[in-house]
Each structure stands twice: as structure tokens, then as C-alpha cells.
Design a protein around this ligand. Structure first.
Ligand SMILES: [Zn+2]
Length: 259
């Protein structure tokens, strides 16, 4: 009995224990160069639209970009299959915590030319150099944690899917402007959004549809692909045919310049 108690006790996760894929090693030269540049900078901004966050793209005609976040949790297969069936391109932002439970799915999605794989942070944390939080999620505390959040997830995605990520969106899409500069320096453009398409996967299908139908050319739409029980798929399914009828086409982020 005592032994059982001890075993149960030691298996409890330690508070603030974050997922780190063992197999990923860090390039120390890169880290030290960036540390020198960013560690002592004091951020002044905090939010979803701070300096360095790009929320739109230079469209070539009537175009919009769907971006789907995989924060943690499940895989919305219906949503992805709908996009595949209708040949709708999208950029998929994968966190490390989602990826560790969906490695085969992620590899399959990366192999589909419709989809571009992007970086949603290793542990889905807001990106702060000073430990700020957002939406009840604890942000990264310092340079090292911000660096690891971006770098290790990019390496992890590369290992699992062979994709080289070019865009970063933090968990919650909150940043300070030092983190956005750091991200750009690590060859990850910070991708915000113009339209919150599903309200963190909380909207009704009607509201998702209305949000999508409000899109203008050059808009980046934020949706979620990790909550199959949400109404995101139903809303997207209703809106896409109307958007196509209205003359819109869809692009991935690397096909256009973000600003
Ligand atoms: Zn997320």
C-alpha cells in the first residue's frame, strides 16, 4: 500500500514541467549570438498586435489565407478532409504538445502540397522575455525560454515532418516586441491574423460562417484544427462555397508577402 502511494505520488507531473523532445539538440553558437543581442533588451509592448506582428498579406487579386492552429488536444479530421476534398490550401500552425500526440497525422499533412506547416511554439506559450501571461496561460519567462519555444519546435517539426517552418505564432498569439524581433532573427516571420474566425473554437457555426464571409482580400483568418467537438468545421463548410462563389481563392502564407 505504501509502495503504491509512493509510486502514484512520484508520477504526478511537477508543476511547470514543460514538454521537451529529448532528441532535439540546440546549436549553441546560434543561441549565444542571439542571447547577446536580445537577453538584456527591455520589452515595452505586450499584446497580439505589437511591433513585428504581420496581420495581412499583399494579395494578388481576390485572395484570403486560412490559418489553422493546433494548440493541444485532438485532431479535427472532418475540417481537414473538407479542405482536402475542396482543394483549399491552408497554413497549419502546430505546437510541440499537439505534435507529440499526432506525429503520423502531422507527417501526412506536411506531405500534402495543399498545406504549409508552421510553428505554434513547443509548449504553446505566450512569447514574453519577462514572464507575462495571456488568457490564463503562463508566458515564457526569459530569453532562454522564448528561444527554446521557437527553436526546439521548429527542429521538432523538421524531425517529424521534414518541413522547414518559416512562420511563428505563439500560443494565444500574444508577444512582446523583443520576442517578435527574436523570432524574425530566427527566420520565422510572426504571423498574426486579421479575422478571429472561430473565437478560440467557441463560436457557433453561424458565427464562424459570418466571420469568414466578412473577409476582405489580403486577410489572414485564424481558426482551430484541434477541437473536433467545436462548430468550426460546420461554419467553414458553410462559408467556403459562398466565398468561392463570390470570387475568392485561398493561399498559404509563404505564397505572399505579409505585412
Ligand atoms: Zn493555439
Amino acid at each position: 500500500m505504501l509502495l503504491l502511494f509512493v509510486l502514484v505520488f512520484i508520477q504526478q507531473p511537477v508543476e511547470n514541467e514543460f514538454f521537451t523532445p529529448n532528441e532535439i539538440s540546440v546549436n549553441d553558437t546560434v543561441r549565444e549570438e542571439l542571447r547577446e543581442k536580445y537577453e538584456n533588451r527591455t520589452p515595452e509592448e505586450w499584446g497580439q498586435n505589437v511591433e513585428g506582428v504581420r496581420t495581412r498579406f499583399k494579395n494578388d487579386g481576390q485572395e484570403i489565407a486560412l490559418t489553422l492552429d493546433a494548440c493541444s488536444g485532438e485532431y479535427d479530421e472532418d475540417l481537414i478532409h473538407f479542405l482536402q476534398k475542396n482543394e483549399i490550401p491552408a497554413t497549419l500552425f502546430l505546437s510541440g504538445v499537439w505534435l507529440q500526440n499526432h506525429t503520423q497525422v502531422a507527417a501526412d499533412l506536411a506531405a500534402d502540397p495543399l498545406f504549409e506547416i508552421a510553428n505554434h511554439g513547443l509548449n504553446h506559450r505566450p512569447c514574453s522575455l519577462t514572464g507575462k501571461s495571456a488568457l490564463d496561460i503562463e508566458g515564457t519567462k526569459n530569453f532562454d525560454e522564448a528561444f527554446e519555444e521557437i527553436y526546439r519546435n521548429s527542429e521538432y517539426i523538421k524531425e517529424v515532418t521534414a518541413a522547414e517552418t518559416k512562420f511563428y505564432r505563439s500560443g494565444t498569439a500574444f508577444y512582446d516586441e523583443v520576442c517578435t524581433a527574436l523570432s524574425e532573427d530566427m527566420d520565422h516571420v510572426v504571423a498574426g491574423y486579421t479575422i478571429d474566425g472561430d473565437g478560440g473554437a467557441d463560436f457557433s457555426s453561424h458565427d464562424v460562417k459570418q466571420k469568414l464571409l466578412s473577409a476582405d482580400s489580403g486577410d489572414i483568418i485564424l481558426l482551430h484544427m484541434n477541437q473536433p467537438e467545436s462548430s468550426t468545421y460546420e461554419g467553414v463548410e458553410k462559408a467556403i462555397p459562398e466565398l468561392i462563389k463570390a470570387g475568392f481563392s485561398f493561399v498559404t502564407l509563404s505564397e505572399r508577402a505579409l505585412y
